[in-house]
Structure formats: structure tokens, C-alpha cells
Design a protein around this ligand. Structure first.
Ligand code: COS
Length: 389
């Protein structure tokens, strides 16, 4: 070993417990989630079998801190769980992913009392959580939201609507961003925890989507929705910062989802090209096919490393996360789109049918380039971080 050598340390080797976690969640996903993925997609129904299996085995919300009856898994472990579920069913991977998205603001900025009220039920699987930032006219420009919250005695009264809410209707708790002071722009937005049974809260119609059909995407309505004053997350006016800080922590989880679906498509393509015969040999023996497989695997590996680097930095709280978190989500989702599209190509006509999972994977991959911020917004966030100096 040279001056910098340390035989006990390998930056690119995951710790044993993370590898063991991967083995466990992969086995569970293949046995208890994969068999239902096709039907879940065809019927656009919630993956109940996946929820039951994830809850029974403690994989539904691994990120919840131990102090609040959770497993306190680190960010990398949460990514591994999401990645492995997404490898077989992207819709099902939204259970652990959105539970994290819907509670991260609370974990980062909420009071211990509010955490104690919400988090144990998420950890146990009794409840799920969603994140409500977007509105019809405030998507990428999230600070342009119109939903209002005003103080009334010892309550907050919320009016407005939110849209594209992943797992809307399935979740019991919603992190809702609303304007509390319209004169202060982004600094006049506050974050709240709203429960599905709160007066004045209703779930609207579901979207009909290209992919992730097993995960409902709903509109939420707030009509004089009245919640206790202690349901605010952090101080008044800090909600937009909480919302963006949340995304700093969760964009790598979308990267993990993208890596997972890309790996699933790559695995399916490798198996297929070794079986499929044309011109008297398996198509894996054609150099054009070999090169495609090599490129696909190379991209997946690079995306995985970037996602893990982003998750590790989020875990360590190492500096501003904006660049790395957006870069990991953006790169991994672009890779997922390329790799799943190439997988369909390698299957040929068969890949375009629902007899094989790759067409579903391609449709599911598309959303990773759009949600938690379009990849155009990710590039904006990255550029701002770089150009700030
Ligand atoms: N963490 C904490 N605070 C942050 C932050 C971060 N990562 N990034 C910015 N802020 C702060 C800024 O410092 C600013 O506060 P001050 O005025 O006190 O300095 C405030 O938040 C507003 O920031 P900014 O002016 O940059 O906001 P913009 O309105 O320009 O919007 C983007 C920034 C576009 C990046 C943001 O709206 C965004 O991410 N949009 C996409 C939304 C999204 O991902 N939607 C998907 C929802 S989940 S499906």
C-alpha cells in the first residue's frame, strides 16, 4: 500500500449491510411484487400485493427515524429499496419513494410533536404520505401557487387545489404548501400536514396516464379545510424552502427509481438476445447487438454511481445538495429513457407487445424525466448552483 492506501476502505464497495439489504429486497420484489406488475399496469389498479409485502417486511418507509418508531435507514439504503422495487415494478416503488417525499419536509423542519403524530403510522404501514406542491398553473414555477392558508383563531383554514399528487387518495397524510402572505412571494409560503379526514379536504378525479398506472395521480381540493394550528411545518413563511430542501433529498430517490427500471429492462434484454435466433444464430452474436448491450450497461452503471454519490452526500449533509441531487435525477432518468427504449428495440416486434415487460418499463421510465421537477428544471437548478460562484 502506498501513502494513501487503506486496505479497509473501498470507496466503490457498498458496506455489507447495504448488500444484504439489496439481496433481501430483490428477493422480495421478484417473488411478491413482479408477478402482479403486468396486471397492475393493465388494470391501472393500486399494487395492494406490493404494499402488503413491503409493509410485512418493513420496506414501506425505511427512512423514518428510529426515534419515531421507524428503521432510521440512511439515504443510500432508501435508494437501494426503491431501485430494487422499481426493477420489477415502478408503480410499486412509489410506495417507499412517496412515503419519503411526503414526510421529508416534516423530518427536516417539523416540530417533534408533529413528527410524533405522523411518522409512527407511516413507519408501521398503517398510513402513507404524499407531497402537494404543484397546481394546474404552478408546475415548474412552483412559487406561483395560489392555494391560500389563513390563520383563524387556533386553526389554519386552507382554500385552493393541488394537482398531479402521486398516491393521492391512497395516502392519509399530505404535506401541503400554501400561501400565507401573498406579498412575500416564495417567502410567503408555508407548509402544513393535512390529514385525509380533515374537514374541507377532498380527493378529486384521477389522471389517465401513459405509465406508472398502478400509482394513482389525483387532484386535491381544499374548501375551507380547517386544521389545528400546530400542523404547520416549521415557521410561517418557510414552506417553500422546506419544499425545495425536501426535493434536494428526494430527487436522488427518483434517480434510484430510474436506475432500477433501466436495470430491469437491461436484464430482460440480455436474457432475450441470448435466446432469440435469427440468421441461424442468437442475436447476441451480432456485433450491433453486443454494442447496444454494452452501451446500455455502461450508462446504467454510471447513473447508479451518481445516484449513490448524491444519496451519500445528502446523508452526510455535505454542503449544498442542489447540484448533485438534480444531476443524479436528471442523468439517471435520461439513462432510463434511453435504456428502456433500446430494450424495446432489442426485442423487436415482441418488445412492442404486452407479452414482455419492456414496453411497460419504457412507459414507466418516461415519468422519471418529468416528476420531482422536469429535467429542464434540473438543468436550471444545476446551472444556478454552478453560476452562483
Ligand atoms: N433549499 C432551500 N431553500 C432554497 C433552495 C433549496 N434547495 N433553493 C432555493 N431556495 C430558496 C432561495 O434561497 C430563495 O430564498 P431567499 O429569497 O430567502 O433567498 C427561495 O428559496 C426561492 O428560491 P428561488 O428564487 O430560486 O425560487 P424560484 O421561484 O426561482 O424557483 C425552482 C426555483 C424553479 C428551482 C423551483 O421552483 C423548482 O424546483 N421547481 C420545480 C418544482 C418541482 O420540482 N415540482 C415537482 C413537484 S414533486 S412531483
Amino acid at each position: 500500500m502506498g501513502k494513501f492506501g487503506n486496505p479497509d476502505f473501498d470507496l466503490f464497495q457498498l458496506p455489507e449491510e447495504h448488500e444484504a439489504l439489496r439481496e433481501a429486497i430483490r428477493a422480495l420484489s421478484e417473488k411478491e411484487i413482479a408477478p402482479y406488475a403486468k396486471e397492475v399496469d393493465e388494470k391501472a389498479r393500486f399494487p395492494e400485493e406490493a404494499r402488503a409485502a413491503l409493509v410485512a417486511n418493513g420496506f414501506n418507509a425505511v427512512h423514518v427515524p428510529e426515534q419515531f418508531e421507524g428503521q432510521g435507514a440512511d439515504s443510500l439504503a432508501a435508494c437501494i429499496v426503491i431501485e430494487e422495487v422499481a426493477r420489477v415494478d415502478v408503480s410499486a416503488s412509489l410506495i417507499p419513494a412517496v412515503n419519503k417525499l411526503g414526510t421529508m419536509g416534516l423530518i427536516l423542519s417539523g416540530s417533534d410533536e408533529l413528527k410524533a403524530k405522523v411518522l409512527p403510522s407511516i413507519a408501521s404501514g398503517e398510513a402513507m404520505a404524499s407531497y402537494a406542491l404543484s397546481e394546474r398553473e404552478a408546475g415548474s414555477d412552483a412559487a406561483a401557487m395560489k392555494t391560500r392558508a389563513r390563520k383563524d383563531g387556533n386553526t389554519w383554514v386552507i382554500n385552493g387545489s393541488k394537482c398531479w399528487i402521486t398516491n393521492g387518495g391512497q395516502s392519509s397524510w399530505y404535506t401541503v404548501m400554501a400561501v400565507t402572505d401573498p406579498d412575500k412571494g416564495a417567502n410567503g409560503i408555508s407548509a402544513f400536514m393535512v390529514h385525509k379526514d380533515d374537514e374541507g379536504f377532498t380527493v378529486g378525479p384521477l389522471e389517465h396516464k401513459l405509465g406508472i398506472k398502478g400509482s394513482p395521480t389525483a387532484e386535491l381540493y381544499f374548501e375551507n379545510c380547517t386544521i389545528p394550528e400546530d400542523r404547520i411545518i416549521g415557521d410561517e413563511g418557510t414552506g417553500f424552502k422546506t419544499a425545495l430542501a425536501t426535493l434536494d433529498h428526494t430527487r436522488p430517490t427518483i434517480g434510484a427509481q430510474a436506475v432500477g427500471v433501466a436495470q430491469g429492462a437491461l436484464d430482460a434484454a440480455i436474457a432475450y438476445v441470448k435466446e432469440r435466433k435469427q440468421f441461424g444464430k442468437t442475436i447476441s452474436q451480432f456485433q450491433g447487438v453486443e454494442f447496444m448491450i454494452a452501451d446500455m450497461a455502461m450508462k446504467v452503471e454510471a447513473a447508479r454511481l451518481m445516484v449513490y454519490a448524491a444519496a451519500s452526500r445528502a446523508e452526510r449533509g455535505a454542503g449544498p445538495l442542489g447540484f448533485i441531487s438534480s444531476a443524479s435525477k436528471c442523468m439517471a432518468s435520461d439513462v432510463a429513457m434511453e435504456v428502456t427504449t433500446d430494450a424495446v428495440q432489442l426485442f423487436g416486434g415482441a418488445g412492442y407487445t404486452t407479452d414482455f415487460p419492456v414496453e411497460r418499463m419504457m412507459r414507466d421510465a418516461k415519468i422519471t424525466q418529468i416528476y420531482e421537477g422536469t429535467n429542464q428544471v434540473q438543468r436550471m437548478v444545476m446551472a444556478r448552483a454552478l453560476l452562483r460562484g
